[in-house]
Design a protein around this ligand. Sequence first.
Ligand SMILES: C[S@@+](CC[C@H](N)C(=O)[O-])C[C@H]1O[C@@H](n2cnc3c(N)ncnc32)[C@H](O)[C@@H]1O
Ligand SMILES: [Zn+2]
Length: 368
Amino acid sequence: MEIVSEGKARIMTENAFYNPKMKRLRDISVALLKATMKPRFTVLDATAATGIRGIRYLLEADAGKAVFLEINSSAYATLLNNINLNGIEAKAEAKNASIQEFANTSKERFDAIDLDPFGTPAPYIFDLLKLAKDNTLFMVTATDTATLCGAEAHACLRLYAAKPIHGKLCHEASIRILLAFLARIAAQFNFGIEPLLSLAELHYVRVFVKLKKGAQKAVESVKEIGLASLCRKCHSYYLAKLFSSEKIAYTCSFCGSGTEAFGPLWLGSINNKQVLSKVASLLEDKTAASISAIASEPDVPFFYSLDEISSYLGIGSVPLDKVISELKERGISASKTVFCSNCIKADAKIGAIIDAVKKVNGSVIHKV
Ligand SMILES: C[S@@+](CC[C@H](N)C(=O)[O-])C[C@H]1O[C@@H](n2cnc3c(N)ncnc32)[C@H](O)[C@@H]1O
Ligand SMILES: [Zn+2]
């Protein structure tokens, strides 16, 4: 029987789902646990399959105890073998049970909970919150990116009660839709959420949030939820928190066109920069660089696409780095963004971005 090695774990994958491509995300999860948890913490691997996550958390992140849930009997048999194979029987407890069954019967409360289901995590969040306590780290994967990114807008309405947005903003929007959904459900259990790290790529969204107990914390976190609107003509975007006096702009104040509203979204921070630098220091070079890149971005929602702005202005492409330098010279915090290759995250409105693009374009043309 084939044995696969990942991190310090050795596992069999027969009859259980295992995607080697997700190793990078599991490496990041191990590093985040090492960076933020006290030794001998307890963890729930709620959708275990081979058990690779919980096993790695025990072997590499100094977890003291892992409980593994797996609903499928064949996968459960593999999980049991893998626990033995790694010699972690004393710290592992495996159950051939569903999240729903376990959450509604167990009295245990975990320091960390990992949810990594097929597709949407939405139906499991409510039950898993019953197993949380103050400061629980909740790690949630969503692989229903077509839903969150707007290709299946009705599914997004049903599952997250949110309207997604197609196009360049969709990956960041999918993180913010998921976080707003988490914040709303968490608030029912008197938890606020504090996002530590949020990732979105083509096939997945993964968020790491700390749950903070208290009615006040819950209210504060729900107040971070709002709407956004996008002008598809000049590519400006607008934000408004729902429980504030802010109003969402249905007409673009820059070019006068109608906008497309989306959300509700989490409009607060989606990363904690201190945590990111600790996590990066624990990872190998390439993955560390991707985490450091997130940490170097201004902490504001969304970004501007240089291609879209150039096409609105009817000009050729302008160098991204030059526009970023121009913005910085004007005292605006600006950077590239991990969400989009030729885009700028900046603490500025569209007018300031367009001024900088025009200036760079003028100087480029001038030199030719
Ligand atoms: C995507 S796989 C998990 C992959 C694993 N975490 C990894 O990193 O390789 C999801 C697993 O959750 C299990 N599952 C599905 N619904 C469940 C439920 N309600 N309760 C517990 N496990 C469930 C499936 O049988 C499957 O093995
Ligand atoms: Zn506009």
